[in-house]
Design a binder for this molecule. Structure first.
Ligand code: NAP
Length: 308
């Protein structure tokens, strides 16, 4: 039983130690020191090179280090084995924190204060109470529903949009394309937490922005390909949108010549909205490794046809 660990961004040694503490005897091979490919039963991965996972003839399951698996299933040579996505309390907590922070920053107009400070302007502003601010979350899954609960607890009016209707305390649920217009019309601060699929690619576009009320703000913490960046810049420059917080981009790292870097209404963060802490996330991964060993179905298994 050997597990392949492949990620350019995650701490391999910490993951190995945490997994071995939970499953004594588990052999963890850290890419590219893989040894004999036929030994590999399981792969724990983030952004493997396309075609890489096809090299392991005995692979039984793929465990994603990320919640979004769009990059994985885009690989035409991906082996036809079950895939589990990352669902982990540290990932959820950090995303909830980021969303709350970004929403509060727009709500209390800190984005504007940051701009006027540079002009040494003492500019009063008294934004509405949270109870009068409507935050709309696209995607009410693991991350979106946790963020929604936190925003409700803070006193915001919270709306959610998903494929199927949801019953979440204090959240007004909208579902499907037919209810998207109403959802957008009623949203002052829009948060995107959708998976990237054929249905959601480019969903943050000029038509979507036009449906938001004048002065609305947009927070994209899902995937860069959800956003049509030129449409956002136009909507900000025209004054229709009041601001944006972007954590994800078409091209990462964001190229130095991107106009997003210098747009005064845009806050750029380098894909850090949420992250897994191995000491916490290893519980869920170890549970899935045991399931594979026992021949049981994975927790949080991805539906490849649905794309998430
Ligand atoms: P999830 O649990 O799978 O939830 C996805 C949600 O999106 C569900 O509510 C789903 O609706 C909804 N949805 C999917 N397709 C839709 C469509 N066509 N129309 C309307 N709603 C749709 O995913 P998650 O764990 O919350 O993660 C969401 C995404 O966040 C990930 O896929 C990833 O791209 C992104 N992410 C970003 C970071 C970062 O650091 N920036 C970190 C982690 C994750 P149903 O409930 O009806 O199925």
């Amino acid at each position: 039983m050997a597990l392949l660990f492949l990620s350019p961004d995650d701490p391999a040694d910490a993951w190995r130690a945490q997994l071995q503490a939970r499953i004594p005897g588990l052999e963890v091979r850290i890419w590219p020191e893989v040894g004999e490919p036929a030994d590999i039963d399981l792969a724990l991965v983030w952004r493997p090179p396309p075609g890489e996972l096809a090299r392991y003839p005995n692979l039984r399951a793929i465990l994603s280090l990320a919640a979004g698996i769009d990059g994985l299933i885009a690989d035409p040579d991906l082996p036809d084995v079950p895939i589990a996505r990352m669902v982990d309390p540290s990932l959820t907590r950090t995303m909830t924190e980021y969303v709350l922070l970004a929403v509060l920053r727009h709500h209390r107009e800190f984005d504007r204060f940051e701009r006027v400070q540079r002009a040494r302007a003492w500019a009063y502003a008294f934004p509405p109470q949270a109870a009068d601010r409507r935050v709309g979350i696209m995607g009410l899954g693991e991350l979106g529903s946790a963020a929604a609960r936190r925003l409700v607890a803070h006193g915001f009016q919270v709306l959610g949009w998903s494929r199927s209707p949801k019953a979440l305390d204090g959240v007004v649920s909208y579902a499907g394309r037919s209810e998207l217009h109403t959802f957008l019309h009623r949203t002052d601060i829009l948060v995107c937490l959708l998976p990237l699929t054929a249905d959601t690619v480019g969903i943050l576009n000029a038509a979507t922005f036009a449906e938001l009320p004048h002065g609305a703000c947009v927070i994209n913490v899902a995937r860069g390909q959800h956003l049509v960046e030129d449409d956002l810049v136009q909507a900000l420059d025209s004054g229709h949108l009041g601001g944006a917080t972007l954590d994800v981009f078409h091209e990462e790292p964001l190229p130095p010549d991107s106009p997003l870097w210098t747009n005064p209404k845009v806050l750029v963060t380098p894909h850090v909205a949420s992250y897994s802490v191995p000491a916490i996330a290893a519980d869920g991964v170890a549970a899935n490794i045991r399931r594979v060993l026992a021949g049981e179905p994975l927790l949080h298994q991805v539906d490849r046809a649905r794309g998430y």
